[in-house]
Design a protein around this ligand. Structure first.
Ligand SMILES: Cc1cc2nc3c(=O)[nH]c(=O)nc-3n(C[C@H](O)[C@H](O)[C@H](O)COP(=O)(O)OP(=O)(O)OC[C@H]3O[C@@H](n4cnc5c(N)ncnc54)[C@H](O)[C@@H]3O)c2cc1C
Length: 441
């Protein structure tokens, strides 16, 4: 099968018979052994149109994928459409908008913004695609002042279930835009998008590293600093155990730390005020504050770009109480199968720029992520036990970009929002051709 499709494509169609199938079918997250039926490496938007039309005619399913940071087994049996070659970037600084192809990563947008005084909404790595991020919610270093990735999505060019390409926005199809802002790839393949840009004339980033033994007092001070922080200041805290392997820089290799990172788009004094509360709580072994260009933001966390195997769980809470700190330290205070726990201080305001199912941040003050980089079923069991232990503090649903590979949209949206998503899906994709990494329950 697939001969007819191969003939009309400009890009590649790769199937299990191809010698490089094992490599091409892989996602960025190597812990997810995704097994599509075929992969189309699209050379341009018309390859996406051909693929969707072919799938529709043959009762097959299509799953868009950029890098595969959000890979799940929902993509098994589908034709995965890779969007890397859709890499155009067009910036209008006056209108504060970026128009990007679906394969563009935040790192490339941020590099294009160097020297403009503007930023997009990169999260912990510049290697994540703008479209995957925004259609899944998207929590950025700048989400406290500027909102979620979903809320920044102005308009999208989609290939619809008929295999036709068209631009949509709130004026032309408000319901579909609402669904795209958090409903992922279940409603069509986005081939390009327009996203908001935001003021960032003096981006400043900071990292304070303390010995893990000081974690209790540092986390307590972090809780206080976040409560007092200005809305333009974002603070993330970590418990991290660097593995003793050559890939890790010598200074931190095999060591454990409690760290606090800070970022602001333009208020270095407010960041400094927040940091001083944390600094006073212990004796930092490293204390750096630096001006950043937009391109430096997605690099700040030093997340490796090459594919990795990782598993994560997430949770939310409203207050960093002594009991919660005790639980964090019980599970993550010493080296274990959990590599890192990250706590993010969330949105300063609940207002969303635009309507979308994931346009507002979780209705909680903080989000927590725990990550394992060990490919061992035992690691998932430990993560799940930790997640259970966090239940008493759980304070609101996550957006899909915060879900585990085994997560479900049930964990993100209310029954009413899920019903509305299903109604929109029935209208735009009645044959269920499109498959997102989290399918509609
Ligand atoms: C190391 C790491 C760090 C991360 N940091 C953050 C962070 O700081 N903030 C945050 O919010 N998330 C973060 N994430 C989660 C990440 O945002 C999600 O995995 C997200 O799905 C984007 O990743 P991607 O671009 O690789 O998307 P992919 O995995 O390629 O795609 C994920 C899904 O996005 C949708 N999608 C992708 N392309 C299209 C398209 N063209 N048309 C329609 N739908 C599409 C589909 O549903 C697809 O299954 C992180 C993940 C990892 C692994």
């Amino acid at each position: 099968m697939f001969e007819d499709l191969q003939q009309v494509l400009t890009g590649r169609l790769v199937t299990p018979d191809d010698p490089d199938w094992e490599q091409v079918r892989r996602a960025w997250n190597l812990s997810v052994d995704q097994r599509p039926r075929a992969v189309v490496v699209a050379a341009g938007p018309s390859d996406v149109e051909h693929t969707v039309a072919y799938a529709g005619a043959h009762g097959l399913k299509v799953a868009p994928q950029a890098g595969g940071h959000g890979a799940t087994r929902a993509l098994d049996g589908t034709i995965v459409v890779r969007t890397d070659a859709l890499d155009d970037i067009w910036i209008d600084s006056d209108a504060r908008v970026a128009r990007i192809g679906a394969g563009v990563r935040w790192g490339a947008v941020q590099t294009a913004l160097d020297g403009t005084g503007l930023t997009g909404l990169p999260g912990s790595t510049g290697n994540i695609s703008v479209v995957g991020f925004c259609t899944g919610g998207g929590s950025s270093w700048f989400s406290r002042p500027y909102g979620s990735g979903a809320a920044s999505l102005r308009a999208a060019e989609i290939v619809d279930a008929a295999g036709e390409r068209r631009w949509i926005d709130d004026a032309s199809d408000a319901d579909l835009m609402w669904a795209l802002r958090g409903g992922g790839g279940n409603f069509g393949v986005v081939t390009a998008a327009e996203v908001d840009l935001h003021l960032a004339p003096a981006i400043t980033g900071a990292r304070l590293m303390f010995p893990i033994e000081q974690a209790e007092q540092v986390l307590t001070a972090y809780g206080k600093a976040t409560q007092e922080a200005a809305s333009q200041v974002t603070l993330w805290a970590y418990l991290v155990h660097y593995p003793d392997v050559p890939a890790v820089p010598e200074g931190v290799r095999g060591k454990s730390f409690c760290m606090v990172d800070g970022m602001t788009p333009y208020q270095p004094e407010a960041l400094e005020a927040a940091l001083s509360t944390v600094r006073a709580a212990g004796t930092p072994v490293s204390d750096t504050v630096q001006s950043l260009q937009p391109s430096g933001v997605g690099e700040f966390n030093s997340v490796p770009a090459p594919p990795q195997a990782l598993s994560l769980i997430t949770s939310t809470f409203d207050e960093l109480t002594p009991d919660l700190i005790c639980t964090l330290l019980e599970y993550c205070g010493q080296p274990s199968l959990i590599f890192q726990v990250q706590v993010r201080h969330l949105r300063a305001s609940a207002d969303a720029e635009r309507p979308g199912v994931a346009a507002t941040d979780p209705a909680a003050q903080y989000m927590l992520l725990a990550v394992s980089i060990v490919q061992d079923p035992q690691a998932i069991a430990v993560l799940q036990k930790f997640q259970e232990a966090l239940t008493p503090w759980h304070a609101g649903d996550m957006s899909p970009t915060g879900l585990s590979a085994w997560g479900s949209l049930d964990d993100c949206y209310s029954p009413a929002d899920l019903a509305r998503l299903r109604d929109i899906k029935q209208r735009v994709d009645p044959d269920d051709t499109f498959v997102g990494n989290f399918r509609l329950p």
